[in-house]
Design a protein around this ligand. Structure first.
Ligand SMILES: [Zn+2]
Length: 284
């Protein structure tokens, strides 16, 4: 009886393992995209499994790093630049053993065009080379570790006075720029908090040449995601230091090109701005 039982148990055990033995080859690439239809200024979340080495990901003639996740999959949040022409495009994921092409749709976000007439006397209010270079470099940070977790916080209380993505035409010329964040209206001195855990990669001040951005903090959240906080009155963050979600990094002000105290908050993926409202109160 004991013998019969042990044979039964043995065959049961073998049966339980069988599916793993006959599973698809570990090199059979699988690619999932959470939503295949997104609007301008949003992003596609792409995940690749069953590949040991980092896959290469292409979208709109640009390559994006895919980052290794704790479950051995590879992930990238691929931004759709706000001025991308609506239409059908493809996400291409390639490994040494195969490739997958996923058709995706980019829809218009219907954000209004603001027609701005620039006073010739304001032509001097241009970003300095130092602020352009330092901001660009910081926003392009791609550190391999995912530093953020849980839901993203709104960095300051207050009314959203300007949305992300409003397109701008200057002096009747075609649209060539847009609002790369949201504006939160708040009194001067209101504490500004980091939206998520990360590392401070830039603290720039008016004194250092940040004429347009004003006093600015940029935080790297890892895996291609960064956030920017502009026009600050004071900065308490320290460049190079780690920062926790909800930690005060400065206060609301109106330094740089700003007419009234407000926080300009932006979120970037691989250096391309995406709508911060996609992050607030959500997790990825
Ligand atoms: Zn703004």
């Amino acid at each position: 009886m004991i013998r019969i039982l042990s044979i039964f148990l043995l065959s049961f055990t073998l049966a339980a393992y069988t599916p793993f033995v006959h599973a698809a080859s570990p090199d059979t690439l699988r690619v999932d995209v959470t939503e295949t239809s997104r609007a301008q200024g949003q992003f596609f979340t792409v995940r690749a499994t069953a590949t040991r080495s980092a896959p290469s990901l292409w979208f709109m003639e640009r390559t994006y790093t895919m980052f290794l996740q704790p479950d051995s999959s590879w992930k990238a949040m691929v931004p759709v630049e706000n001025l991308t022409k609506p239409g059908t495009y493809a996400l291409l994921v390639r490994t040494t053993t195969g490739e997958k092409k996923i058709p995706v749709r980019v829809n218009p976000n219907n954000r209004k065009i603001q027609y701005i007439t620039l006073d010739p006397s304001k032509k001097g209010l241009r970003a300095t080379e130092i602020e352009k270079m330092r901001v660009k470099t910081a926003l392009l940070t791609e550190s391999p570790d995912k530093l953020y977790s849980g839901v993203f916080l709104r960095p300051a209380p207050g009314r959203t006075s300007s949305l992300f993505g409003l397109k701008r035409s200057y002096n009747g010329r075609p649209v060539e720029s847009y609002h790369k964040g949201i504006d939160i209206s708040a009194p001067q001195g209101t504490p500004v908090k980091s939206t998520a855990d990360g590392r401070v990669v830039l603290c720039g001040t008016v004194r250092e040449g940040f004429q347009v951005h004003g006093n600015t903090v940029i935080i790297d959240h890892g895996q291609g995601l960064t956030s920017i906080y502009m026009h600050l009155n004071t900065i308490s963050a320290i460049e190079g230091s780690p920062v926790r979600k909800g930690e005060v990094i400065g206060t609301v002000g109106h330094t740089g090109i700003s007419t009234a105290p407000h926080l300009h908050w932006g979120t970037y993926l691989y250096g391309i701005s995406v709508d911060p409202q996609l992050f607030e109160g959500r997790q990825y």
